[in-house]
Design a protein. Structure first.
Length: 697
């Protein structure tokens, strides 16, 4: 037979295999859950960043396109225009009279622009908004404001110091804008620019994105390089045009002065008017996002490989750049439709504009070539105000976004770049904790709960099996011991009586009495075992009847007294307090309980000084209390712990104390509960006191 520790060792070995494996699976599942949460949060963040970039570029496009499309002559404080063209129609043959017009940059400076400037060929920096004294007086008389001129003068001094040692022209691209002379066929509604120009305009000719200058060598995306359009060759120096004949002076430039009466009637204000920069409407944003069939939704961030993310980021940047170029191309066309400027010099060849950072200042500049001379025109953008406005625009998507300038020394991320300015978004990655009740966590919780419950159930079952096995072994040993003694007596006395070895009648009677006692002992043992077995299998409904208390004890008193007399002890019954009380119970079960208690008293208190067993009956308000007390050695503290445990007596205990299998008290306790009462042990000095309580009806 295997020992109990073998079973426990096997159980613990199984746990030592299952628990580490389950713990490893839990750790890996939690890591996957956390990685999944990070990936989902990253995808959401990339999607928000993509939407924010489109919003920002859509917000910046009107401002930058307007500045990139400005004609060169608006960088002068005043210039000559033919403002009285209507009077010319009244006097045929007489040319319109040139009129000095205040530059719109001075009359109404655009928002988010601190200063418009021009770097002359000799390196000096001037501004139409900070004119000379003579031009300043004229500007004030024609609508300029003194505070505007004063502020522009201070900013011009600051900018002159910044540009003193920086060759700005060398940092600008040499691509030129499309031909400014745009002829529109109103009747056909077509643009004849492509027909009149050998090099038809393309989007990235209108406004060159600042790539090589501020991306430097950090950007190595092949896809980005494939999408770049090769730089156009530098414009060749143009010989200055000869002085026009006097008859032609004051006439419109053939490229800039072509009049379109139909369009002039439709336009009520100058194309150079500076309107406040307002956020684009939803329709305008959709138009920007759909230039050349582009769709903003096609470039939202998704979970994919790194190369695919870079490709999508490059495509998204190119698409936003294309939308910007389209808007700038439209601005160039509109600003040159209605030019009535008297050209005093050779036509200017305007270059594409480029934003760049100089000394922490954001400039938008371009090269302008007039004859053989190259100058730089541009504007100084109010970056702090722009930054605040851009953050407000995307506050609902990226509340903690930061806009950082992009220089050749700054590491860049393609998916964070603005297409309109050398600026990238810096967005902190928010903490991505998995949901407390994510599917993986709920599954792990259920799995661990099941494992713990199964382990507890297995341990309880194993403990029960081991205990039952030990009790069964003890019971078999005890029953074997209890049966061997009377059977030996039976055999020996039967052989002696059968062989005529007991000639005396008195001695034969004594032997026969011994055989009767041993037979009763065996019958009592068998009855207890069978009765307990029936209680273990089922919960039988006993045959109960109403009986008076004194009648109940009259039935069993003789049997109990006879058992006491066999042990040479006296049974004392006290029932005076219950003369007329009745109860509903099973008399046979009560008799079996009391007989077992008296039998135990006879076995364990047989050698006591006071050979007496007290049976007292007390009627209380709702219960009948029956106590059986002896005056023997009592029960030790260790014995009390397993007092009502079945088969708790081993062979060793039976051999050194009293015969029995340890089933009597367990059977009594089960019978008492079946009758609706309780059997309790109450310490007494000396001896033991067992009290049976039964409900009175």
């Amino acid at each position: 037979m295997r020992r109990p520790w073998h079973y426990w060792a096997t159980f613990l070995l199984g746990l030592s295999i299952v628990l580490p494996a389950m713990l490893w699976l839990t750790i890996k599942a939690m890591e996957l859950d956390r990685a999944n949460a990070v990936a989902i949060r990253q995808a959401e963040l990339e999607q928000d960043i993509g939407r924010a970039l489109w919003r920002m570029d859509a917000l910046l496009t009107p401002l930058l396109a307007q500045e990139a499309a400005r004609p060169d002559f608006v960088y002068r404080t005043q210039y000559a225009t033919l403002a009285d063209a209507e009077s010319a129609s009244k006097a045929p043959g007489k040319p319109p009279t040139p009129v000095q017009t205040l530059s719109p940059l001075v009359a109404e400076p655009p928002p988010f622009v601190l200063l418009h400037f021009e770097v002359l060929p000799d390196g000096s920096v001037v501004s139409p908004q900070a004119p000379t004294a003579k031009d300043a007086n004229w500007a004030l008389d024609n609508g300029a404001r003194q505070e505007t001129l004063d502020a522009a003068g201070e900013r011009l001094l600051e900018l002159q110091q910044v540009l003193a040692d920086m060759p700005l022209a060398d940092q600008l691209p040499q691509e030129t804008l499309p031909l400014a002379g745009i002829v529109l066929d109103i009747n056909s509604g077509t643009n004849s620019l492509a027909q009149n120009n050998a090099n038809p305009p393309i989007f990235n000719k209108a406004y060159t994105q600042p790539r090589a200058n501020f991306y430097g060598n950090n950007y190595q995306s092949p896809q980005f390089a494939d999408n770049q359009t090769p730089n156009a060759p530098a414009p060749q120096p143009v010989a200055p045009n000869p002085e026009p004949p006097p008859a032609q002076q004051g006439q419109l430039s053939p490229q800039r002065g072509t009049q379109f009466p139909q369009q002039q009637a439709a336009r009520q204000q100058s194309d150079f008017s500076n309107e406040p920069l307002l956020p684009p409407t939803q329709e305008e944003t959709q138009q920007l996002a759909q230039v050349d069939g582009l769709n903003q939704g096609n470039f939202q961030a998704t979970r994919s490989s790194r190369s695919q993310q870079q490709s999508r980021a490059g495509n998204d940047l190119e698409n936003r750049d294309a939308a910007l170029q389209a808007f700038a191309q439209k601005a160039i066309s509109e600003q040159r439709l209605n030019q009535r400027v008297v050209m005093e010099t050779a036509p200017a060849v305007e270059g594409v504009s480029q934003p760049l950072w100089l000394g922490g200042r954001l400039l938008l500049a371009r090269r302008v070539q007039i004859g053989n001379q190259v100058r730089v025109q541009g504007c100084w953008l109010d970056w702090p105000a722009l930054q605040r406005r851009l953050k407000e625009e995307v506050a609902d998507l990226l509340p903690n976004v930061d806009l950082t300038p992009v220089t050749s020394t700054e590491p860049i991320k393609l998916s964070r770049l603005l297409a309109s300015l050398p600026v990238q978004l810096s967005v902190p990655m928010p903490a991505a904790e998995p949901a407390p009740f994510s599917p993986i966590r709920v599954s792990l919780l259920v799995a661990w709960s099941c494992l713990i419950l199964v382990s507890i159930a297995a341990a309880i079952t194993l403990q029960s099996v081991v205990t039952l096995s030990e009790r069964r072994a003890s019971f078999v040993s005890a029953v074997t011991h209890e049966l061997r003694t009377p059977l030996t007596t039976f055999r020996m006395y039967a052989e002696m009586l059968a062989g005529g070895m007991v000639p005396e009648a008195e001695q034969r009677q004594r032997y026969l009495e011994t055989l009767r006692v041993e037979a009763d002992r065996l019958a009592h043992l068998v009855d207890n075992v069978l009765q307990y077995a029936r209680l273990e299998r089922t919960n039988p409904s006993r045959r109960r009847q109403q009986v008076a208390v004194h009648e109940l004890f009259e039935r069993m008193q003789e049997r109990l007294a006879d058992r006491a007399s066999q042990a040479e002890m006296q049974l004392v019954v006290q029932t005076e307090s219950c003369p007329d009380q009745t109860l509903v119970t099973d008399p046979q079960a009560v008799e079996q309980i009391l007989f077992n208690l008296v039998d135990n008293a006879c076995k364990y208190a047989a050698h006591a000084d006071k050979k007496e067993i007290n049976l007292s009956v007390t009627c209380l308000a709702e219960k009948l209390l029956i106590c059986v007390r002896d005056f023997g050695p009592g029960i030790s503290s260790a014995g009390r712990k397993k007092l009502f445990r079945p088969f708790s007596k081993s062979v060793h205990d039976a051999a050194h104390s009293a015969p029995g299998v340890g089933l009597g008290l367990a059977l009594c306790e089960r019978l008492a509960r079946d009758l609706g009462g309780r059997l309790q042990f109450q310490p007494a000095e000396p001896g033991c006191n067992f009290c049976l309580s039964l409900p009175l009806k």
